[in-house]
Design a protein around this ligand. Structure first.
Ligand SMILES: Cc1cc2nc3c(=O)[nH]c(=O)nc-3n(C[C@H](O)[C@H](O)[C@H](O)COP(=O)(O)OP(=O)(O)OC[C@H]3O[C@@H](n4cnc5c(N)ncnc54)[C@H](O)[C@@H]3O)c2cc1C
Length: 537
């Protein structure tokens, strides 16, 4: 059979689409095959109810790399950010509330309601995170060095990394603590008010099967300052039309550059001949040949299901089997007839309290207790909720006067304790989330028109995420950088010649960054001898 494509990308998640766009831009013939009828993977908009357009998985953006927005001309292809100000609102049981946001004067005043000392400390804490982030951020769009290789190019990369670390001076110690440590002791050292600490701590546990007192959780605190929204650092926003606005813009750019994209095209096997990837076999029985294959699907699915362990070295198979896919994130997507009327900041007209992330999680101990039961496979009695209502800033996602709400909640374990029924537990847990929201906004329950509950098992079925892990694998230090997806294979290549990884399973991991796809494209083009001027630098 003749070679038809230069590259087949398995999976039309946003990273796979980024790879396709850059590789097509360099003049190669590219085909993207997406299993679902809709593109975007976990960065998607779906019309769940007529007129209600829902970001069914990811719901806020800041991390998407500016070089991708620029190179792929995403704004011309319809991508538009809607920055949020304030960025968060946390109501408390005593009727008080805390708003944080890019407006420094407002944030100072809000934090000072709880602690004048914390109000002064917060900008210094953010500056410390920014200094450490300035060391880490350039590494996001670089292929990680391989510490086991003595090749000159690799030693140079390691030296550059060492120099960047040296430049941090005594902040280096803080960088190591943030990369390896727990969020709670860091927050305890900086702040005294429970209200501020708990609002910041929820950043640390997003998507993790962990509580903030556990090592490894501090790393995600960076997300508070990382990324940007229309050039403003640390600001998170909604995407007009929902998160699918990102994936659709990347897809439009990729198509313009000549990439072919098919939906409803599930890959059953990656074809391997003599240790080399030569194409794919689809569920409909057809085979498509290509010189190279890149997978945007997680490592477990790619290697153990699509390739098959018999084609791979046993130690590699073992490393893939050891990837941590534990998860306890449950997403509830909701259509609303009116906005929540919070007791602490009343009103159903769109107000500051509705714009940012609404945190329902009143204390650090509350989070710890919510996690305790999850350890034993039991969903939290009192879950942690991060709710967002993008329709407050985006009139294109709900009919006039109506709204869409996204509830990202924890902890609902993927593996339930023996005897618990997934269906029953899922509905009871969703009811508890609704009861909680109702305690803070008593009109909430009666305003609900429709709901979709996605447990980790549903996330796995719908988006192909093993274990329902929202990041295609844990984001703890032992699974990052040169150890992602597994040690020795962080350069987007795999033990199979011509097979690459390009999704969140690779460095720098989960989140809507596009960086994994961008880095993978660079390596694919390098191997193809096409270091075209427009390839990622
Ligand atoms: C519930 C949830 C909430 C999140 N919230 C946020 C957030 O607010 N902000 C943020 O930045 N990040 C968030 N994330 C993380 C972020 O969405 C992901 O890390 C990111 O979208 C991963 O993109 P990807 O392209 O690497 O992979 P994916 O999005 O996982 O794409 C992989 C694609 O491969 C397809 N596929 C799988 N198997 C096959 C096959 N056999 N054949 C063909 N196609 C196949 C899948 O259908 C999917 O489209 C969230 C994730 C989830 C699940």
């Amino acid at each position: 059979m003749a070679t038809t494509y230069d590259l087949i990308v398995v999976g039309g998640g946003h990273n796979g689409l980024v790879t396709a766009a850059y590789v097509a831009q360099a003049g190669l013939k590219v085909l993207v095959l997406e299993r679902r009828e809709v593109l975007g993977g976990a960065c998607v908009t779906e019309e769940l109810w007529p007129g209600f357009k829902v970001s069914t998985a990811a719901y806020v953006n800041s991390l998407l790399r500016p070089e991708i927005i620029r190179d792929l001309e995403l704004k011309r292809h319809g991508f538009k950010m809607l920055p949020r100000n304030p960025s968060s609102f946390t109501p408390f049981p005593d009727g008080r509330s805390l708003m944080l946001g890019p407006n420094k004067a407002m944030t100072h005043k809000e934090v000072a309601k709880f602690s004048a000392k914390d109000a002064d400390a917060l900008p210094k804490y953010e500056q410390m995170l920014e200094r450490v982030a300035s060391f880490l951020e350039p590494t996001l769009v670089q292929t990680p060095p391989n510490p086991w290789s003595f090749r000159p190019g690799n030693l140079l990369k390691l030296a550059k990394l060492g120099m960047g670390f040296a430049k941090l001076g005594t902040d280096g110690q803080k960088a190591i603590e943030i990369l390896t440590g727990a969020a709670t002791p860091i927050l305890d050292r900086w702040f005294e008010s429970e209200q501020l600490k708990v609002t910041l701590a929820t950043d640390a546990i997003i998507g993790a099967m962990a509580s903030p007192s556990m090592p490894g959780t501090a790393y995600v605190l960076f997300h508070h300052v990382m990324g940007e929204c229309d050039g403003i650092r640390g600001v998170w926003g909604y995407v007009r039309g929902g998160m699918g606005g990102i994936s659709n813009a990347i897809a439009a750019s990729a198509r313009e550059k000549g990439a072919e994209i098919r939906t409803g095209a599930e890959v059953l096997h990656i074809l391997v001949e003599n240790g080399e990837a030569v194409g794919v076999a689809l569920k409909d029985g057809t085979e498509v040949r290509s010189r190279r294959v890149a997978s945007g699907v997680d490592a477990n699915v790619t290697f153990l299901k699509l390739v098959g362990s018999s084609e791979l070295p046993p130690e590699f198979v073992e490393a893939v089997r050891n990837i941590d896919y534990s998860s306890a994130s449950l997403k509830i997507n909701i259509s609303l007839s009116e906005l929540p009327d919070f007791t602490s900041v009343p009103g159903t007209a769109a107000g500051l309290q509705h714009r940012g992330t609404i945190h329902i999680s009143p204390s650090m101990n509350y989070i710890e207790r919510a996690y305790d039961t999850a350890k034993y496979g039991c969903p939290s009695e009192y879950p942690i909720i991060e709710a967002t209502i993008p329709s407050v800033l985006d009139d294109s996602v709900a009919p006039e006067g109506k709204h869409v709400m996204s509830m990202f909640t924890q902890y609902f374990p993927y593996k339930l304790a023996p005897g618990l029924s997934l269906q029953e537990e899922k509905e009871k847990y969703a009811e508890r989330c609704f009861d909680l929201m109702n305690e803070y906004a008593p009109n909430f329950r009666r305003s609900v028109i429709g709901r979709q509950v996605l447990s980790p098992v549903d996330l796995e079925k719908r988006f192909g995420l093993t274990g329902g892990n929202i990041m295609q694998g844990s984001m703890s230090l032992s699974s990052l950088s040169f150890m992602r997806p597994v040690p020795g294979y962080a350069d987007y290549r795999t033990p199979i010649r011509g097979l690459y990884m390009c999704g969140a399973a690779t460095h720098p991991g989960g989140g809507v960054m596009g960086a994994c796809g961008y880095n993978a494209a660079r390596e694919i083009l390098r191997d193809a001898g096409r270091r075209a001027s427009k390839a990622p630098a």
